[in-house]
Design a binder for this molecule. Structure first.
Ligand code: NAD
Ligand code: 0WE
Length: 256
């Protein structure tokens, strides 16, 4: 076993179930010796997360809806009390109202735009600000993005605009927090069949298209995203900040 994160504490946001990318990341961080706090959005997901939390010894679960300032404040008070110091924060959260991912992009509603950006982008700023005072030895913040931020992926719509804002947010946070030795990076993952992807019409065809076009001629596994997150969370990547790391079997490099 490697001990890349021995003695470190990590908080992981976005565990909904065992298919969640956040769960694949949590498993890698745990295997590398980190002590983990897992957060879930609400009571319904608490039930789902319970078995997962219990399967990783030393891990604790906390509830936090990131669209609620009071819940974010309360969570970090509890993390401060419980752990004192924080080394790693993983943000694996995105949401847009379902209607925004089925209508044409030009029909995007003001409220759908607001919600997508509040939950998927502003939350990273709020969590980074709350975590920074606990990252007294420096730290690593990792978020998840997608190719639809930079090229049009039909139906990804307002989420693509939100991911573009998220990638810019990573750079601005990296600049602000660099003086505190806190690094901020994003992983741009290829399509993976998680809860957030399951409802999307035509997702299976997207997975097929990915196999046809990606240099590695296959899809990405959540475990591979977990391993890349371990790299960014650990001292293997101490000079890397403000970056988008592609974990997509090379899909993004192709022009034709
Ligand atoms: P998922 O549904 O398992 O995870 C999304 C998480 O966001 C859930 O745990 C959900 O509870 C959480 N969430 C939504 N609104 C929230 C709120 N208000 N407060 C707290 N939590 C909230 O799906 P996933 O595919 O693992 O998605 C995780 C991240 O990976 C997202 O940022 C997504 O955009 C990104 N991503 C996914 C893929 C893919 O194909 N699955 C590809 C690239 C990037
Ligand atoms: O970021 C995502 C999905 C994020 C997402 C998914 C949902 C489905 C359920 C955000 N909000 C919602 N709202 C819901 O009500 N991905 C990268 C996966 C994904 O979603 C797509 C994709 C891909 C890839 C949507 C359309 C086209 C491609």
């Amino acid at each position: 076993m490697t001990a890349l994160l021995e003695g470190r504490t990590a908080v992981v946001f976005g565990v909904a179930n065992k298919r969640s990318i956040a769960w694949a990341i949590a498993q890698q961080l745990h295997a590398a010796g980190a002590r983990l706090a897992l957060t879930y959005q609400n009571e319904r997901l608490a039930l789902e997360a319970k078995d997962l939390v219990e399967s990783l010894p030393g891990t604790e679960g906390f509830q936090c809806d990131v669209s609620n300032d009071a819940e974010v404040t309360r969570l970090f008070e509890r993390l401060q009390e419980r752990y004192g110091k924080l080394d790693v924060l993983v943000h694996s959260i995105a949401f847009a109202p379902a209607a925004e991912l089925s209508r044409p992009f030009v029909e995007t509603s003001r409220e759908g735009f607001r919600i997508a950006h509040d939950v998927s982008v502003y939350s990273l700023i709020a969590l980074a600000r709350a975590a920074a005072p606990l990252m007294t030895d420096g730290g690593s913040i990792v978020t998840l993005t997608y190719y639809g931020a930079e090229k049009v992926v039909p139906k990804y719509n307002v989420m693509g605009v939100a991911k573009a804002a998220l990638e810019a947010t990573v750079r601005y946070l990296a600049y602000d927090l660099g003086k505190q030795k806190i690094r901020v990076n994003a992983i741009s993952a290829g399509p993976i069949k998680t809860l957030a992807a399951r409802g999307i019409a035509g997702f299976s065809d997207m997975l097929k298209g990915h196999v046809e076009r990606a240099p590695l001629q296959r899809n990405v596994e959540a475990e591979e995203v977990g391993k890349a997150a371990l790299f960014l969370a650990s001292d293997l990547s101490t000079a890397v900040t403000g970056e988008v790391l592609y974990v997509d079997c090379g899909y993004n490099i192709m022009g034709f």
